[in-house]
Design a protein around this ligand. Structure first.
Ligand code: PLP
Ligand code: COI
Length: 360
């Protein structure tokens, strides 16, 4: 438990007309709200100085550990505005738990879950006018933790800062719910056994940027990582988990093998699919199985999922020497049904049977 309360320093808010103009077409990750959350941790004093303050640049000593050794972790979750004007967040306590799992791996301090959730609530409450109401729009929340001790020795920092920033967002991929192409990264890996693949740390994303560039050069929107030894056992995409759908309605997704993120969207979809009576297999899954399954007509759909991506249908997997292609048929039926159900729960047109929503 924590009895830490947030103080609030009011910002010079952006005038309403300018805010509304930005909310009309925010894109993803371009625009930020008027405030941000900051909480400080020191080895001696623990978590303290919980504040909601005006959004803006932060001062940091150039010797801060995060700038040299990448001691950083983050989260991503969304707040949704519903037809009646109310605002909800989706499973924030799951993000708090996962941040703490990442913290353990990156030798950062764990933060009390209720402090994380209270920070999310405070920021969304104070910047509620920034939660957009357009189709497929939401307020993307980015909690993160950085080590900011000024010390160049290589050890876990004794000072850290937890922050939350918020960004009104439309779809992550431009073009609506259009099937995307993904590129199989052969020589460039993101994670390996015993590494940080299961943590949500900046370093994993830094490692994915060059393969992501290669993907873009080959006309693909995302990159698929596999186990680097076999280049066949599927891990995940640069910023999303992956599902395949069999013709008999079974969902297939890589098991949590230590290299991939335990996605909250992934977990939610497994539950929703089981509720509908679908079998779900969490196991090792290979590119070969995908390729052979599509050729034989036994694998009929593929999709990516994550907070930013929601559920994005996949049309094809490309590599230097082959492509697995579902053709022009458009998004798969089960892909779209699950997407409709998940977003329906988030936007309040479907019942929240599992108690996933928190009212702001
Ligand atoms: N895998 C990676 C590497 C991600 O960055 C994300 C996005 O957060 C996911 C999976 C999906 O996780 P979640 O559904 O919790 O957003
Ligand atoms: C998220 O979905 O929250 C992520 O962190 C992934 C990133 C591609 C934006």
């Amino acid at each position: 438990m924590t009895d830490l309360a947030f103080t609030h320093t009011e910002a010079d808010r952006l005038p309403a007309a300018e805010r509304e103009a930005l909310l009309a077409d925010p894109g993803f990750g371009n625009v930020f709200t008027d405030h941000m959350v900051s909480v400080v941790w020191t080895k001696d004093a623990g978590w303290h100085d919980a504040e909601v303050i005006p959004y803006g640049p932060i001062q940091m000593d150039p010797a801060s550990s995060v700038l040299h050794y990448g001691q950083e972790i983050f989260e991503g979750l969304k707040a949704y505005r519903r037809a009646d004007g109310s605002i909800v967040t989706f499973r924030p306590e799951a993000n708090a738990r996962r941040l703490n799992e990442s913290a353990v791996r990156l030798a950062l301090p764990e933060i009390p879950e209720e402090l994380f959730v209270a920070g999310v609530r405070e920021l969304v409450r104070i910047d509620a006018d920034w939660v957009p109401s357009g189709y497929d729009q939401s307020l993307y929340l980015r909690p993160f933790m950085i080590a900011d001790e000024s010390f160049l020795g290589v050890r876990a920092a004794e000072r850290a800062r937890f922050m939350i920033i918020a960004s009104p967002a439309g779809p992550y991929f431009s073009g609506g719910v259009k099937p995307v192409s993904i590129w199989l990264s052969r020589d460039l890996a993101r994670a390996g056994r015993g590494g940080t693949g299961a943590a949500k740390c900046g370093g994993n994303y830094a490692a994915s940027l060059l393969p992501q560039q290669v993907a873009a050069d080959n006309g693909c929107q995302q990159v698929l990582f596999t186990d680097s030894a076999t280049v066949d056992t599927i891990d995940e995409l640069g910023g999303m988990n992956l599902f395949l759908v069999r013709a008999d309605g079974t969902l297939l997704t890589p098991r949590l093998n230590g290299n991939i993120l335990d996605g909250i969207t992934r977990r939610s979809l497994i539950q929703l699919a089981k509720d509908r009576g679908h079998a779900v297999e969490e196991r090792d899954l290979t590119v070969s199985e995908w390729r052979e399954g599509v050729a034989a007509g036994t694998i009929t759909e593929a999709f990516a999922c994550g907070t930013a991506a929601v559920i994005t249908p996949i049309r094809q997997l490309k590599s230097e020497d082959f492509a697995i292609d579902f053709g022009e048929s458009g998004p798969g039926e089960l892909t779209m049904a699950l997407r409709e159900e998940l977003t329906g729960i988030q936007f309040g047109t479907r019942e929240d049977r599992h108690g996933w929503l928190s009212q702001i």
